[in-house]
Design a binder for this molecule. Sequence first.
Ligand code: SAH
Ligand code: F3S
Length: 510
Amino acid sequence: MPRYAITTFGCQMNVHDSERMHEVLRRAGYTESDDPRAADVVVLNTCSVREKAEQKLLSEVGRLAKWKQTHPEMVLVVAGCVAQQEGEKLLTRSSGIDLVLGPDNIPELPRLLDDIGLGAPPLVRTVFDLEAPRFLTALFDDGGSAPTSGDAPPSPPVAVRAPTAYVTTMKGCNERCSFCIVPYTRGPERYRPSAEIIAEIAGLVSAGVREVTLLGQTVNSYRDPSSELARAPGASPDDPDESEFAALLRRIAAEVPGLARLRYTSPHPRHLTPSLIEAHADLSVLARHVHMPVQSGSDRVLKRMIRRYTRAEYVARVGSLVARLPDLSLSTDIIVGFPGETEDDFAATLSLVREVGFRGLFGFKYSQRPYTPARKLADDVPEAEKSERLARLFEVSEELLGAHLQGLVGSRQRVLVEGAGKEGTNAWSGRTERNEIVHVAGAEGLDLRGTIVEVVITRANKHSLQAELSEEARAAAKPLPVVPAVPVDTPKPRAAGERRSLPIVVAGGG
Ligand code: SAH
Ligand code: F3S
């Protein structure tokens, strides 16, 4: 059986797309290899959001191309955003690539590999599915060969790899943030019918998934293309920022009662409308954490970024959310060194971080990208200054996170256990609904994976919490199977490079 390996760079959307490639390939008879050098097909799922990510890809392609000189049978596939952005140009920039595959063309992967196997020259397939958008799903149509969802009732996924899963609700982006290449690499917004989203979540839950994260570039601009959603409480049809996202959340909560936790990423502040705040207040399935990218605390910079809100509007919106749910944690994305960002602008960002009290943030140095409106602006903040601002930003954010974690010591928390902790420690690890990472001790011989357990927090680490299983949870837990002693199905982290999940910890850079 031919073997494949996938390396993932970039955001959750790429992690999701890689999972779908795994399924497409396994379904076509391929088996996974841990080692790209032992694989017949090597896929690099790429990110182009910052230049550094793109450079990483090119050097990886270079390494593999060299290997290929002595192993010419290996097929090298470049997928994801760099593939979409560069298309045919990639073939001239780097020899050794056999297939350039855009994010909307994943279902075609096995067929294209067959063509290459039959001797086709290097292929480029980067076509947006604008007319009939396809949404990749973990569920397979009955008898269908392509893993796109459709009208047929879904059958269970081939394998549930973890108690948490991503589900796409939309793709593309209609915003035009001046720094961002995503609208170019992922195309215009296309939404998935709500019934399909519900069917995928229900199928995942029946196969053992406990927590779902809804994915979209502006996930809360959602509108149901099949117009099946009832208007959500608090929704104002006259508000141009209103969407049907709150209605979608309500439908998920009502129709998939077995789902333990629901998250979403990334929302745009414009669509944090009263209806979404109402949904947070009403739906206990919604996690008490929202990642709400702000990018800057300076109105001057926000305007040049074309973010379409002011600092005061952002603060008012997240303020209304936190007023309804005081225990909710907020995290954010921030860019430092945007063209023209002065020390005063940056100071405004730092003051915003303190004012909102973010408990986590992804900080990035501005990176000029092709095809973006900000290309016309001089990238005038020196690299050393960007690094320095980023370090100062992280300092503030670490301080806020540290104080928050310290405040939780001694409290009881409910943790969704995602997998085994560090090898040899007998510990498990998972997240609270506010997304703090918790390492759980006192669970020797118990199988906690995929369960929600009550723990007592014993210590705050820099970015995570240490905890003991509560007596009650210990008494209720299942014992581990005798052999093997350590769960063998804990999924290996698949992603390399710049993978972003939704931790409450400081991350990022570049
Ligand atoms: N809406 C998307 C955002 C994609 S880009 C989402 O769902 O996450 C992710 C983050 O990368 C942005 O929020 C921004 O903070 C950062 N970013 C995007 N373009 C960038 C650039 N040119 N330079 C530096 N950071 C950038
Ligand atoms: Fe990018 Fe702004 Fe859309 S950050 S993904 S253009 S909301």
